[in-house]
Design a protein around this ligand. Structure first.
Ligand SMILES: Cc1cc2nc3c(=O)[nH]c(=O)nc-3n(C[C@H](O)[C@H](O)[C@H](O)COP(=O)(O)OP(=O)(O)OC[C@H]3O[C@@H](n4cnc5c(N)ncnc54)[C@H](O)[C@@H]3O)c2cc1C
Length: 511
């Protein structure tokens, strides 16, 4: 490292971690990640089970482990390290957070204790363009250390079995169950839940080395020394396109300082820059962004990551008896890196659905895939991801993305909170989209279309129509529900899953 490099602000271990993440990012760009074979199948049957469900991966795995253990299932949660939350808060909106209380997993008091920070208002702002302020959107910082420790205690008190320092190695799918090799142990259950994140070995095998269609790169820090500022930025930009991408910023008050992130949307072209370079860019531009010199800051920690997104999402597992959850399921949109929020939004639905599937013993791949269904309101956001990114060798007008974003947000702001707030929380609703699109200045949209390409536009049109259909089906489905009581329990299972997919797939879960 050059001694003048701002990377000297990073502690040695953090820099090592950054270089390790970079080696993975480089391997992914160059198609060098070989998918492992961790799942095999057997025609035989198992005769004794250690648990109903084995959950691999504890970070978000503990959420579903706790709700299902409380329902009386026997759960084994295996975690390769120690089950503990990271230092850095997760940002989320109040409605999603209340799920914990609704599911009786946390008391009101525990929920308040889990909240490390709460701020208002938040800004949306674009270079040479529009600026707006919103209240109560992603404005709560949850303390993952407290949250995961509290859930862990609840899980254990309810009789759950937690195996820490026990990495998942492999699994064999039998006709009636799953045999899991983890650490030095062999465990048997009826269902395996994969909560091992974006780079889960099970997901890598299922995706057969397929390259992601989009990546969100994120770098940032939490630091003390800023002048007091109780406001945040949900998305802000103050530069034109640089290095073939648009830099976006996020900032908010944190318990131990102020968190700032720099993020961007890119493809996996081998010439894309490294996370190390992006961290340099972050430190180069942070003084301008927050109006402070770097040497006035005391950095508490640095943060970085890259989030792969696949158009073929959520992932349908090619095996019976395996269900992905959290980041491994790929259920969130390609424009979001809010996987905790996304998991919470679906926690109730998943808990009830898994309960029903286990009760009825319908754990085949088709029945389970309905628990992670296609959601047109997420799929439409692929076009937005495309419009916010630039190809490696493409020439575009430098402020094109800022101008488009300004135009879209100006219209949404004028249409009001009903349109704006769900959008900012990664929930696209048909009425909001239908009202917004015709009002966006065509001069901003037309130059973007050739850049986006024909196929993404056609795909988007299909998702857009599906979004309209789902938005219509959901109220009808709710109305018909009482008439479905005469259906067999299996038929009801399918009906409930369809109803859920219409509800969540049309953004009907947020009001
Ligand atoms: C910089 C940054 C900021 C973020 N900010 C937010 C935010 O503000 N709001 C929000 O909602 N989300 C945020 N996220 C996203 C959020 O952190 C993730 O969506 C969430 O951590 C996903 O959890 P997961 O359990 O699915 O996967 P992971 O976090 O990847 O966890 C996987 C778990 O599986 C375990 N594991 C892995 N391999 C094995 C194995 N072989 N055997 C057993 N266990 C294994 C790991 O130890 C880990 O516990 C942020 C992420 C980053 C990087």
């Amino acid at each position: 490292m050059n001694s003048n490099s701002n990377l000297s602000y990073l502690p040695e271990n953090t820099l090592k971690g950054l270089k390790f993440a970079d080696s993975r990012w480089q391997a992914l760009r160059n198609n060098k990640l070989t998918p492992p074979t961790v799942i095999t199948q057997s025609q035989e049957t198992l005769n004794e089970f250690d648990a109903d469900i084995i959950i691999c991966g504890g970070t978000l795995g503990i959420l579903i482990a706790t709700t299902l253990q409380k329902k009386g299932y026997r759960i084994i949660l295996i975690e390769k390290g120690k089950l503990k939350g990271r230092e850095q808060e997760w940002n989320i909106s109040r409605q999603e957070l209340n799920t914990f209380v609704e599911l009786d997993v946390l008391s009101d008091k525990e929920l308040e204790q889990a909240i490390a920070t709460e701020y208002n208002p938040a800004r949306v702002s674009f270079h040479k363009g529009y600026e707006l302020w919103v209240q109560d959107v992603l404005n709560i910082g949850v303390d993952p250390v407290f949250l995961l420790e509290t859930l862990k205690q609840k899980f254990l008190e309810a009789g759950g079995n937690l195996l820490e320092n026990t990495p998942f190695n492999s699994a064999i799918i039998y006709d009636n169950g799953v045999l899991v090799n983890a650490g030095d142990t062999v465990l048997k259950s009826r269902l395996l839940i994969d909560g091992m994140g974006h780079f889960s070995p099970i997901v890598q095998q299922a995706r057969k080395g397929e390259k992601p269609d989009g990546i969100c790169l994120v770098v940032g820090s939490c630091a003390k020394g800023y002048t007091n500022n109780d406001t945040g930025d949900l998305i802000a930009s103050f530069t034109p396109i640089l290095n073939q991408c648009q830099y976006f910023w996020e900032a908010f008050p944190a318990r131990d300082g102020r968190t700032t992130y720099l993020f961007t949307y890119v493809d996996t072209h081998p010439d894309r820059f490294s996370l190390e370079f992006f961290m340099e860019e972050y430190l180069r531009l942070l003084p301008e962004y927050q109006n402070i010199e770097l040497n006035k800051l005391q950095f508490e920690r640095f943060l970085f990551g890259f989030f792969p997104a696949y158009q073929n999402s959520p992932l349908k597992m090619p095996w019976n008896r395996i269900l992905p959850i959290g980041d491994s399921a790929g259920g969130q949109s390609p424009v979001s890196f809010g996987g905790f929020g996304s998991m919470l939004r679906h926690l109730k639905r998943l808990t009830l659905g898994i309960d029903e599937a286990l009760n009825l013993d319908i754990l085949d791949q088709n029945s389970l895939s309905l628990l992670q269904p296609y959601q047109p309101n997420i799929s439409v956001t692929w076009l937005f991801q495309k419009t916010m990114s630039v190809e490696v060798h493409q020439t575009v007008f430098p402020n094109q993305i800022n101008d488009l974003m300004s135009g879209v947000f100006r219209v949404m702001d004028q249409l009001g909170d009903d349109v704006l707030k769900p959008f900012l929380q990664d929930v696209i609703q048909f009425p909001a989209l239908m009202k917004t699109l015709p009002l966006v200045n065509p001069k901003l949209v037309l130059p973007i279309l050739p850049k986006v390409g024909v196929k993404p536009l056609l795909d988007w049109t299909v998702h857009y129509f599906n979004l309209a259909i789902y938005s219509g089906l959901y109220p009808v489905g709710k109305w018909v529900k009482p008439l479905t009581n005469h259906l067999s329990p299996q038929q009801q299972y399918y009906y409930h899953r369809w109803l859920d997919s219409w509800k969540y797939g049309s953004g009907g879960d947020i009001n």
